[in-house]
Design a protein around this ligand. Structure first.
Ligand code: ADP
Ligand code: MG
Length: 699
């Protein structure tokens, strides 16, 4: 039922509700309070605490009221009223500078007032109490609130106060609650000693006790977690049942052959990752593995190993990067490593489409590209391994399905490639459970040999001159540097941000006079950008002023200093990624990252503190989770997943594990959720998660 059909909701109010995301009565039921206030139990005037510190509540009838203007001041003054309770005791009320009350409060009205009372000239008095007018039905009985009351506080919007939302919900609960259908099997709910869904909804809005609202929250959080885990489990079962991937040959000879291509020995953790992946690839169950590792951990060669296994089996491998720049760089470095071999590498991006034919006719063994690889016109000849680099968006991961002709079908099972996803940011363990269900994952620990830790400094803008002065010294010693700037154009707003061009110009005229300064940003033509990056890599440019196009993957070992302007504008994960561009020198020189920041919010200050405190990407990820919350990190909006309103990780990790166990058990017993007790569950699952998880075919 649309909320617009509720009594008391006209067009204006419906519009305000829409702003809160509330369109239907169901939305309204889901719109839980953001917190609860404890309201003191009502007492008679005699029972009211009068220490001036303890809040109390009294109900009574206004027997007199008046406006007392201050002398000589037009609008100032005070509104006074006398309230008489059921036992005939009176309480004086005073509101200062509240002239509007003249039109609101009149004798004979029944009020409930709350506030802190004091004795004044022998009589109790309350200053600026909260008040509400009780209608006749409410006014009828005597004192009806025998104990403290939890009052919900809803996130309000302009023109729609929490109390108005409270009244709307009061009107809806009596008829809507009996219609709430619980999707979870009753036995499961009972087993966990949780309230039924309708009870939980009531307890959410109108908890009688704090225990009730905790029980409600736990139940509703469990719902969210179970549905997500169930979605993942169903999808997984479906993929295993319907899809088949080519089992790739693997042998010591192949292993040796591939390793010979790399300019260095794999570290033990890289070797372990490679072994795990090779074993996945040699089976016909499609691999769906995530490779995590901090910036600079050396994920690329592991991915290349997987792709070369496809080539060794005379099939194709593809690498999808998040940006054009990164795709170009991967293409260049892979081509370099494979020089002198028979492996043919193609590049396919939005701008660079020359490789298309080679992909289709199979003459390209490896294809490196951007999202352009996902476009309908790209049909691989025989794709066996797909690597998705630097990805942290769930949706992309789930939906990324590269196309190939269906002729390879086996026994009605669809041929799909093995998939390896590499994360841009390590995912905290607690979060990866939610996100990935029991998706396989491999973690690269540590860094390749010879890395030096990065020194971090957070400095205010006033120190920028000093910073650039020091930068000049480092550059004079032959080191290279990045200067990162938030936006391309000079934009207005509370604070002017300088453009890449302007900063580059200023630096080359002042602090860096005599040194070679160049710029890169997303609006440059590919050739121009590529040329500049190549010059930087060759050491022909000393300082690169750039936007976040260099955020991921860019690898220039001699670049040892980074200055980030307006660092407070960047997210924590992004800062860590950016910083990962330095500290790559195997020469052992000390790398430095300077964050020029003027944090104006608590969040920003926390981000700056966290980035300065540690170089460990996993710790950064945990801090990011604490600051931003789970939904933001999952990128739920982009992924199309419904938001988590009640569940919070890491707080609900135990509940999550429980949900995971239950989801697995349910799917093991009933993979398509066909049983009668699972029907509602299936319907809700498809509606909420079907599109995002690609569950369209479950039914
Ligand atoms: P990331 O995990 O951030 O993608 P990369 O794969 O780009 O990291 O690797 C970072 C750098 O480390 C690259 O310059 C790469 O050549 C180098 N590297 C990777 N593995 C090793 C190794 N085993 N020994 C020495 N250097 C390595
Ligand atoms: Mg990388």
């Amino acid at each position: 039922t649309p909320v617009a059909e509720l009594p008391g909701v006209g067009r204006a109010r419906a519009g305000k509700l829409r702003r809160l995301g509330v369109l239907t009565v169901t939305d309204l039921l889901r719109y839980g309070p953001m917190r609860y206030e404890t309201e003191a139990a009502e007492a008679g005037v005699q029972g009211l605490p009068t220490d001036g510190k303890t809040a109390g509540a009294v109900r009574g009838v206004i027997v007199a009221c008046r406006w007392v203007p201050s002398m000589g001041f037009g609008k100032k003054g005070r509104f006074e009223a006398t309230l008489k309770d059921a036992d005939g005791f009176t309480l004086s009320l005073t509101w200062f500078n509240a002239g509007y009350l003249r039109d609101r409060l009149h004798p004979a009205m029944t009020l409930r007032v709350r506030g802190k009372a004091k004795m004044f000239a022998g009589y109790p008095q309350m200053a600026n109490p909260k008040w509400e007018v009780l209608d006749e039905a409410q006014a009828g009985g005597g004192v009806d609130e025998a104990s403290d009351r939890l009052r919900p506080v809803y996130a309000a919007t302009e023109g729609l106060a929490s109390s108005a939302i409270e009244r709307l919900i009061d009107g809806v609960l009596p008829w809507a609650l009996p219609q709430v259908v619980d999707p979870l099997p009753a036995t499961l709910v009972k087993h966990h000693e949780m309230p039924a869904l309708a009870d939980a909804v009531r307890m959410l809005h109108r908890p009688a006790t704090a225990d009730e609202h905790r029980a409600a929250r736990r139940r509703l959080a469990f719902n969210e977690l179970l549905l997500l885990q169930l979605g993942i489990a169903v999808r997984r079962a479906e993929v295993e049942q319907r899809c088949v991937a080519p089992a790739l040959r693997h042998s010591d000879a192949i292993d040796r052959h591939i390793r010979e291509r790399f300019p260095f020995e794999l570290t033990p953790t890289q070797s372990a990752a490679v072994a795990e992946i090779a074993s996945d690839l040699s089976r016909d169950r499609p691999m769906n593995r995530m490779l995590q590792g901090d910036v600079g951990a050396g994920k690329t060669v592991v991915a290349l190993y997987a792709m070369l296994m496809a080539v060794a089996d005379r099939r194709q491998g593809a690498l999808m990067a998040p940006t054009e720049l990164l795709a170009e760089q991967h293409h260049a470095s892979i081509t370099r490593m494979l020089e002198g071999s028979n492996v043919r590498v193609a590049l396919l991006t939005g701008q660079q489409r020359d490789g298309l034919d080679a992909v289709t006719d199979g003459s390209a063994d490896l294809v490196v590209g951007t999202h352009a690889l996902l476009s309908a016109s790209v049909a691989f000849k025989d794709l066996a391994v797909v690597v998705i680099d630097e990805q942290h968006r769930f949706g992309v991961m789930q939906r990324a399905r590269l196309r190939q002709p269906t002729e390879g079908e086996n026994n009605g099972r669809e041929r799909v490639p093995h998939t390896l996803v590499m994360t841009a940011t390590p995912i905290p363990r607690s979060l990866s459970l939610t996100l990935l269900g029991d998706l396989d994952h491999t973690t690269l620990t540590g860094k390749p040999p010879g890395r030096s830790p990065i020194e971090n400094r957070v400095v205010p803008p006033e120190k920028a001159d000093e910073v650039y002065g020091y930068l000049r010294k480092r550059v004079a010693r032959g080191e290279q540097a990045y200067v990162v700037v938030p936006t391309i154009e000079t934009s207005g707003g509370e604070k002017k941000l300088e453009s890449v061009q302007a900063i580059a110009k200023r630096l080359s005229e002042k602090h860096l006079a005599g040194f070679r300064v160049a710029t890169v940003h997303g609006r440059l033509k590919r050739e121009t950008r590529q040329r500049t990056m190549e010059r930087f890599r060759r050491g022909e440019v000393d300082v690169l002023v750039a936007t976040t196009v260099i955020e991921v993957g860019v690898d220039v070992p001699n670049a040892t200093v980074m200055v980030i302007e307006n660092a407070e504008r960047f997210g924590l994960a992004q800062l860590h990624q950016l910083r990962g561009r330095v500290g790559r020198a195997s020469s052992g020189g000390r790398s430095l990252c300077v964050f020029i920041a003027e944090p104006t919010t608590d969040d920003a200050a926390e981000r700056m503190a966290a980035i300065a405190k540690t170089n460990d990407g996993f710790k950064i990820a945990e801090a990011d989770l604490a600051i931003r919350g789970m939904g933001e990190i999952l990128g739920t909006r982009q992924s199309g997943l419904p938001p988590m309103r009640h569940a919070a990780i890491p707080g609900d990790t135990d509940l999550l594990r429980q949900a995971q166990r239950d989801a697995k058990a349910i799917v093991a017993a009933d993979p398509t959720l066909d049983r009668k007790e699972h029907r509602t569950l299936r319907r809700v699952l498809l509606r909420q998660y079907g599109a995002a998880l690609g569950l369209g075919d479950v039914g």
